[in-house]
Ligand binder design. Structure first.
Ligand code: GLA
Length: 709
């Protein structure tokens, strides 16, 4: 290997973002990460102007944290690599050995011979503007090395003033929280052993007053479905950074000589055009992948039977549901929990992945044939990583549970976690699921995970990392064995949505709350970094199970359009009128899903706290669809104008209101004059806007926009 000529500058470029690395004094630094720099000027000068120099009260040489933020260089913030060799080799000082550039990707290899460590750090700037950064740490010494943490850090400008991230719980995922940035570390940690309902997906740093359409934003998101940490750090000296990394439990990673720890990558995005710019980068990256589901086929309109039948599986009742589903135009019928051995309620059966002979004496063949003869494909629910103590699996292999010696974790929903790091347990799952997928024509799996991991030990060692990798391997192996199989990641709703599992799953169950008012916020903020076509959005029952609120079909229908749409409601109880409206909505979804699943996501800046406006705009600006939703009682009797962002300012557009079901309830007589159709320019629609309908709270309308000149 050869050391790079120094000083040297590497500029990774995309239309949206730039990353500049500097090599100097055998180290490497990220000099810049932010909106695209069309040119750099003199490279040596760039290194010089970014030199902090020396100041009284600091170390006697210019301290530059470098990519690895070593304390050895005088840096006193959190390092990239934390670990030790039985108490030694805890303060590495890496020397760059090699740097390889390949297009918009660079790999820097460095080592510390005395510490016996080598690190390979890779930065790749995707054409979407998403920057992927990963570190692989190798133990080149001759004794074990304990890894405590490998955190990916990126510099952000000191002008950022606020963080934005997301918190949540079951039925209320992704609630935004904005906080001022002060000196110190703001750390969002997840220790559930899965991504978690409270996981932020991305941590964002903002300049003063950044909104959806204006201001600057920098976001980092860990590509990982286990324990995680997202950080923002401002040192007392004034430098600000964002970090993310796997949260390792004590002793979870101990590298034997020659072994490598591949830290989960970070996907980072920045914007100088508000939060919508961050979303655009993440969504464009996801859509550019060949395996992105809409690059394979349109997203089928789904009926999930969970909120219709719960555990009560009966062929006659399911056939009645299918008949109505066919009438509405459903394309995928999903049999949820309750079909397998012993599973009459949530006390038993998890682990016994064969069709229950008492409920389905002839197997699922007849059911699937009925589904398919009605023009739908079939999907099936699994919760592969879970075991009820009342199961044949547990009775045969009580040791296949993640636990600590001498004690079992407390149960949650009467279940324990199968130890997927046990090769036989992994193989058992693969074989039983593979057998079902081979016997039956199953197009889709809803893959659930309904508990947190408590004391997740394998032979005494913490095993979240290995469990997470085994989960990815299992999903990938089943998909490889059954090409075309789609997998939805569900975890009591939105408990396993992150930028890592997006590479393995084809859909996310956004929340167990199907309730349209709750969904306004949950979908908006989960969609910050996840393409809408990956988010399951279903019309729930008229009166919601989690909140007991009653909503019109129109409100529920508009809300469910902005994602991968479906229904999760006992549609056999619907009136003929409701079915007719559902059919119209289904037709609309099918005719327009290409727009909803490829358009740019835009969110109007909230000018009225009681209403939200959001939409999708075709990439060529030719069409758009927006929702106007009243989420609370309007504060004024004349609500603020409804602005439609994202259209071509010079284009002329035909605008009309579209409703499903009974018209939205309003406080006014006739609808606004534009409801039946007007022609206005994109500039007028974005800046002057329309007088909104005066909606009752918890009502919404759809606004269709088509270019006419
Ligand atoms: C979890 C899921 C639900 C449903 C039930 C079945 O709660 O999030 O959608 O599948 O399990 O038990």
């Amino acid at each position: 290997m050869t050391a790079p000529a120094r000083p040297a500058i590497i500029h990774l470029e995309s239309q949206r973002a730039s990353v500049v690395l500097g090599f100097e004094h055998d180290s490497a630094s990220i000099l810049y990460w932010g909106p695209a720099l069309p040119a750099l000027g003199d490279e040596a000068d760039l290194l010089a102007v970014l030199d902090d120099g020396q100041s009284w009260g600091e170390v006697d040489f210019p301290e530059r944290p470098g990519v690895w933020r070593e304390g050895a260089g005088g840096f006193l913030g959190a390092p990239t690599i934390a670990g030790h060799r039985s108490g030694l080799a805890w303060s590495p000082r890496f020397v760059v050995l090699d740097m390889q550039r390949d297009g918009q990707s660079v790999t820097v290899t460095a080592n510390d011979e005395a510490a016996g460590l080598q690190v390979a750090s890779r930065l790749t700037l995707d054409p979407s503007g998403v920057l992927f950064v990963s570190h692989a740490l190798t133990n080149t010494g001759d004794t074990d090395y304990t890894v405590d943490a490998v955190t990916t850090w990126l510099p952000v400008p000191d002008r950022v003033t606020e963080t934005l991230d997301f918190t949540g719980r079951w039925l209320k995922e992704r609630q935004p929280q904005r906080r001022p940035i002060g000196v110190g570390v703001w750390s969002r940690e997840e220790r559930e052993g899965r991504t978690g309902h409270n996981a932020t997906i991305v941590e964002i740093a903002l300049t003063e007053g950044t909104t959806f359409s204006r201001g600057e934003a920098w976001a980092v998101g860990l590509m990982w479905s286990g324990n995680s940490r997202h950080l923002v750090e401002r040192t007392p000296f004034g430098r600000t950074s964002m970090g993310a990394g796997e949260l390792l439990l004590p002793g979870e990673v101990i590298l034997a000589p020659g072994e490598t720890y591949e830290a989960p990558a970070v996907a980072a995005a920045c914007s100088d055009s508000g939060l919508d710019g961050v979303t655009a980068a993440y969504v464009d990256w996801q859509r550019s992948r060949p395996h992105h589901p809409t690059n394979i086929r349109p997203r089928p309109l789904t009926l999930n039977v969970w909120e219709a039948v719960w555990f009560d599986h009966d062929l006659g009742r399911l056939t009645d549901l299918m008949d109505v589903a066919q009438e509405i135009g459903i394309e995928r019928f999903v049999l949820d929990d309750g079909w397998f051995h012993l599973r009459r309620d949530d006390h038993a059966g998890l682990g016994d992945w064969w069709v229950d002979p008492d409920v389905w004496p002839e197997g699922l063949g007849d059911l699937i044939a009925r589904v398919q003869s009605r023009g739908m494909e079939f999907g099936l629910w699994f919760e592969p990583e879970m075991v009820n103590v009342d199961s044949d699996l547990y009775r045969a292999h009580p040791d296949w549970i993640l636990h600590m010696d001498g004690r079992m974790p407390p149960e949650q929903r009467f279940q324990q976690v199968l130890d997927l790091t046990h090769p036989e347990a992994w193989q058992y799952l693969f074989d039983s699921m593979n057998a079902l997928l081979s016997e039956y024509d199953i197009a889709y799996i809803k893959w659930d995970h309904n508990r947190v991991l408590i004391e997740p030990g394998h032979l005494g060692r913490a095993a979240v990392r290995e469990q997470t990798l085994a989960f990815y391997r299992l999903v990938d192996a089943l998909k490889a064995a059954h090409p075309g199989l789609e997998i939805e990641s569900c975890s009591s709703g939105g408990g396993r949505i992150d930028l890592g599992v997006v590479e393995h799953a084809d859909r996310f169950w956004t929340s167990d709350s199907n309730e349209a008012l709750e969904r306004q916020g949950i979908q908006r903020w989960t969609g910050m970094a996840v393409a809408p076509e990956l988010l399951g959005t279903h019309i729930g029952p008229t009166t919601s199970h989690p909140t007991a609120r009653t909503h019109s079909l129109g409100f529920r229908a508009v809300t469910a359009l902005f994602g991968h749409a479906g229904i999760e409601w006992d549609i056999t109880t619907t009136t003929p009128g409701e079915r007719e409206h559902l059919r119209e909505w289904a037709d609309y979804y099918k005719a327009n899903r290409a727009l909803f699943h490829s358009g740019r996501v835009v969110r109007a800046d909230d000018i009225d706290p009681a209403a939200v406006v959001y939409g999708v705009v075709a990439q060529d600006g030719s069409r758009a669809a927006y929702a106007y939703a009243q989420v609370a009682t309007a504060g004024t009797s004349k609500p603020a104008n409804l602005l439609l962002p994202g259209l071509d300012p010079a284009g002329v557009y035909r605008v009309r209101m579209q409703q499903f079901g009974e018209p939205a309830r309003t406080l006014q007589g006739p609808q606004p004059s534009w409801a039946e159709g007007v022609e206005l320019s994109g500039a007028v629609l974005a800046q002057a806007g329309l007088r909104p309908p005066r909606l009752f709270p918890e009502n919404a309308v759809l606004i269709e926009v088509e270019r006419n000149g």
